[in-house]
Design a binder for this molecule. Structure first.
Ligand code: BUJ
Length: 656
C-alpha cells in the first residue's frame, strides 16, 4: 500500500499514521482507520462465567411470571438442590475448562455447534433480513444503478476490512469525550495488549471484531452431523443469482484493484439482459432444504460431475451473493416475504450474506446466522448504504464499458445434474413452498407515540416496546409466555448474544392491571408508576445481559455438560424449564436510519417472530407466525396496547 494510507513496519503491519486517502486509493477504500481494525482484539475482556447462585436466582425470577406460586416453590427447591450439588460440580469443571481456553469464551464453541449441528433448514429457522431505505434520488434507484453502486461500495468495504483499514467498532458511552482524534491517537500508540484498557479510560468500549473475518467470501457448507463454515480469504469474485442461474465475475483485477465502474455496469447489464431461461432445477433451492438431504445432494452433485465441485467452490468463496430479482414487492409484507425467503430459487441461503436488489431497486441484506450476529451485519449495512449514496460511482448517465467483453468475463455456472439431484431439487422446492406459504406476515407503523415521547417520560424506549409485546399477547391469550429478547455481548472477546427475559413480574402486573377480567385497575398515576417499574426492571436485565450476566447461556452450557455426562437433572428435566425455553415471543430490534424494515420467522409453531424498531418519528413492528397464530391479530393488539400506553403517558387512564 502507498504511504498515504500508512507505512508498513518491519512486520508488515500498518502504522495507520494518516487518515488521508490519496488519489486512486480513494476508489479502493471506504477510509483508512488510524487505529487498525483488530487493534483492540488482544485485550478485549473475557466473558465472565456468572456465579452459580446468581444464575439460579435470575432463572427463578424469569420463571416467576410464568408459573404458579406452588410451582415456583418447587422450582426453588430444585434450584437450591442443583446449586448445592451437581450444579456446583459442573460449575467447578466449567470454570477450570474456561481457564484453559483464554483465547475465547465459555459459550462460543457451543453456540457455533447450536447453529451448525442444527439439521433444520437455515431459511425461516435462523436467517433474518434487513432492508435498506431507498436512495432519495429516484434516478439512482433503478435495479442496475443500485446494484452497481452497492456492489462497488461492498467491494470497497471488503478491501478496507481485508487490509485492516476498517475503523474498529467501538461503543462510545460519551461520544464527545471518546469519538475524537485524541482517543484514536492514544489508542493507536498503545500496544494491542493494553489498548482496550486505554479505551476504557475514555469510557469507550471496543467491540469484538472476530466475526468480521467471516463476513465476506464465506459460506456454510452442509456436512454430515455438523456443517462447516468455509472462507476463501483471497477470492475477488462476486456470485450473482438471476432467475435461479448463477453467474460469477471478478470485482478486482490482477493487482487487487476494483474493476472500473463501467465494467461493473457492463457485467451487470449483461446478466440482466441474458435471456437464458430460468433454471429448471436450480440447485440454489437445495440450500433451503433440511441439512441432511442437502448434504447428500451436494455429495451426489460432485459425484455426477467433478467439475461441479469447482462450481460450488466458486459460490462458496464468492465475496457474497448478489440476487437480482425479477419482481418488485409492492408493500412491506411482500418485502418481508421476498427478503426473508423469496421464491426459493433466486437465493443461496447458506451464504454468509446475500444482497438482494429487486426489479425497481429496493435493496436488502439476508444473512445466515451461524458465523455471526446483527452487529457485524449492521456495520456492513450502514457503511455500504452511506458509501453507495454519498460516493456513487455509477450515475444515470454512466455508459457501460464497450470493451468489457462481459461474455468472456462473466461466467454462467452450468451445473451437471443427474436424476437424483433433480429429484432432490423438486422435493426441496415443494417443501419450501409448503412451509413458506404457511407463514403469516403483518406489520404496523405507528406514529402517535414515538421514541421522543417515551424519552420525555424518562422511560426506556426498548422497555416500552417489550411491554407492548407482552400486553398484545396477554390481550389475545390471557397469559404470559416464554419471551426472548436478543442482546449482544460483543463487548467481550468472541461475544455473541445473551437473552433478556423481558417477560417480568413487572410486565405481568401491568398486563393484569390493564387487561385483567375486571377492566383497567388503578388510577392514571398508578398505571404510570407501573410503566416505570417495567422500565426499571427491564433496564436492569438488559444491563446484566449485555455484561454477560444473564442466565440463559450459562444454564444452556451447564445443561449440555450434564447431558454429555449422562446426568438427568430435575433443574433441566422439569417441564417448567422446557416451558421457559419454548419461545412464544421471539423478539429483536435494531436501530439505524438506513433500515426500512427487518424481520425473521417465529421460532415455534405457536409463537411470533417480532422485529421492532423505535425511532424519533415512528414505532414499527414486523410480525411473523405459523398457522396456529395470526400475525395480523397480533399487530392489531400491538396497536391497541400502544394506544393504551400512549394514554397513560398523557396522564389518562385508558379505556381498555
Ligand atoms: O439472539 C440471537 O442469538 C440471534 C437472534 C435470533 N432471533 C432473531 C431469533 C431473535 N438474531 C437477531 O436478533 C438478528 C435479527 C436481525 C433482524 C432484526 C429485525 C429488526 C427489525 C427492525 C425494524 C422493524 C420495523 C418495522 C416497521 C414496519
Amino acid at each position: 500500500l502507498p504511504s498515504c494510507v500508512g507505512a508498513a513496519n518491519t512486520h508488515g503491519r500498518l502504522l495507520h499514521s494518516s487518515k488521508v486517502l490519496c488519489g486512486s486509493q480513494e476508489k479502493e477504500y471506504l477510509h483508512a482507520s488510524r487505529v487498525p481494525t483488530y487493534h483492540f482484539q488482544n485485550s478485549l475482556p473475557r466473558l465472565a462465567i456468572p456465579p452459580l447462585e446468581k444464575t439460579c436466582e435470575r432463572y427463578l425470577k424469569a420463571q416467576q411470571p410464568l408459573v404458579s406460586e406452588a410451582e415456583l416453590q418447587e422450582l426453588q427447591t430444585i434450584a437450591s438442590e442443583f446449586q448445592n450439588n451437581q450444579g456446583q460440580e459442573l460449575q467447578k469443571e466449567l470454570v477450570e475448562t474456561d481457564k484453559k481456553n483464554k483465547h475465547t469464551n465459555y459459550v462460543t464453541g457451543l453456540w457455533f455447534d447450536m447453529y451448525l449441528k442444527d439439521r433444520r433448514p437455515v431459511v425461516l429457522t435462523h436467517n433474518p433480513f434487513i432492508s435498506f431505505n431507498d436512495d432519495p434520488r429516484p434516478e439512482y434507484n433503478t435495479q442496475l444503478i443500485k446494484a452497481s453502486n452497492m456492489l462497488i461500495s461492498s467491494t470497497r468495504f471488503m478491501k478496507t476490512l481485508r487490509d485492516e483499514l476498517l475503523e474498529p467498532e467501538v461503543f462510545h458511552l460519551n461520544p464527545a469525550k471518546s469519538d475524537t482524534s485524541t482517543f484514536r491517537t492514544v489508542s493507536r500508540l498503545l500496544p494491542s495488549s493494553l489498548s482496550w484498557y486505554g479505551a476504557y479510560l475514555f469510557k469507550a468500549f471496543p467491540l469484538d471484531m472476530s466475526q468480521y473475518k467471516r463476513l465476506f467470501n464465506s459460506t456454510r457448507i452442509p456436512r454430515p452431523e455438523k456443517d462447516e463454515l468455509y472462507t476463501n480469504e483471497k477470492s475477488k469474485h462476486i456470485a450473482v443469482l438471476r432467475n435461479g442461474n448463477v453467474y460469477v465475475f471478478d470485482m478486482m483485477d490482477g493487482d487487487g484493484n476494483i474493476i472500473p465502474e463501467t465494467d461493473v455496469l457492463a457485467h451487470l447489464s449483461y446478466i440482466l439482459n441474458d435471456n437464458t431461461p430460468a433454471a429448471e432445477f436450480p440447485i440454489s433451492t437445495l440450500t433451503s432444504e433440511y441439512r441432511d438431504p442437502w448434504t447428500q445432494a451436494r455429495i451426489q452433485l460432485i459425484k455426477a460431475d467433478p467439475q461441479n465441485e469447482e462450481r460450488l467452490r466458486l459460490v462458496d468463496g464468492a465475496m457474497f451473493v448478489l440476487c437480482l430479482d425479477d419482481d418488485q414487492p409492492g408493500d412491506p409484507d411482500a418485502m418481508t416475504r421476498s427478503f426473508l425467503y423469496g421464491n426459493g430459487s433466486n437465493r443461496w441461503f447458506d451464504k454468509s450474506f446475500q444482497l438482494i436488489i429487486t426489479k425497481e431497486g429496493t435493496a436488502a441484506v439476508h444473512f445466515e446466522h451461524a458465523w455471526g450476529d446483527g452487529v457485524a451485519v449492521l456495520r456492513y449495512f450502514r457503511e455500504v448504504y452511506s458509501d453507495a449514496l454519498q460516493k456513487s460511482r455509477v450515475h444515470p448517465d454512466t455508459k457501460p464499458s464497450p470493451n468489457a467483453s462481459s461474455d468472456e468475463k462473466v461466467v454462467r455456472l452450468n451445473f451437471t445434474l443427474d436424476p437424483s439431484v433433480k429429484e432432490a431439487v423438486a422435493k426441496a422446492k415443494s417443501r419450501f413452498d409448503d412451509v413458506t406459504n404457511s407463514l403469516d406476515v403483518s406489520h404496523i407503523q405507528y406514529h402517535k407515540m414515538t421514541k421522543t415521547h417515551v424519552k420525555k417520560a424518562k422511560l426506556s424506549p426498548d422497555s416500552i416496546m417489550q411491554l407492548t409485546v407482552q400486553l398484545a399477547h396477554y390481550r389475545m391469550y390471557g397469559k404470559n409466555v416464554g419471551t426472548y429478547e436478543s442482546c449482544s455481548t460483543s463487548a467481550f472477546k468472541h461475544g455473541r448474544t445473551e437473552t433478556v427475559r423481558s417477560c417480568t413480574s413487572a410486565t405481568k402486573a401491568m398486563c393484569e392491571r390493564l387487561y385483567g377480567s375486571s377492566g383497567p385497575q388503578g388510577s392514571a398515576d398508578e398505571l404510570m408508576e407501573g410503566l416505570r417499574d417495567c422500565s426499571k426492571v427491564h433496564g436492569q436485565l438488559t444491563k446484566e445481559a449485555a455484561m454477560g450476566q444473564g442466565f440463559d447461556r450459562h444454564l444452556y452450557f451447564l445443561k449440555h455438560m450434564a447431558e454429555s455426562r449422562g446426568l438427568s437433572l430435575p433443574m433441566f428435566t422439569h417441564p417448567a424449564y422446557a416451558n421457559l425455553n419454548h419461545i412464544i415471543l421471539s423478539t429483536s430490534t435494531l436501530s439505524d436510519p438506513a433500515v426500512l424494515i427487518g424481520g425473521f420467522a417465529a421460532v415455534t409453531p405457536d409463537g411470533f417472530g417480532v422485529g421492532y424498531g423505535i425511532e424519533n418519528n415512528a414505532i414499527g413492528f414486523n410480525i411473523t407466525s405459523y398457522p396456529a397464530c395470526s400475525a395480523s391479530d397480533f399487530v392489531a393488539n400491538c396497536e391497541k396496547s400502544l394506544d393504551d400506553i400512549h394514554d397513560i403517558l398523557k396522564g389518562q387512564k385508558p379505556a381498555c
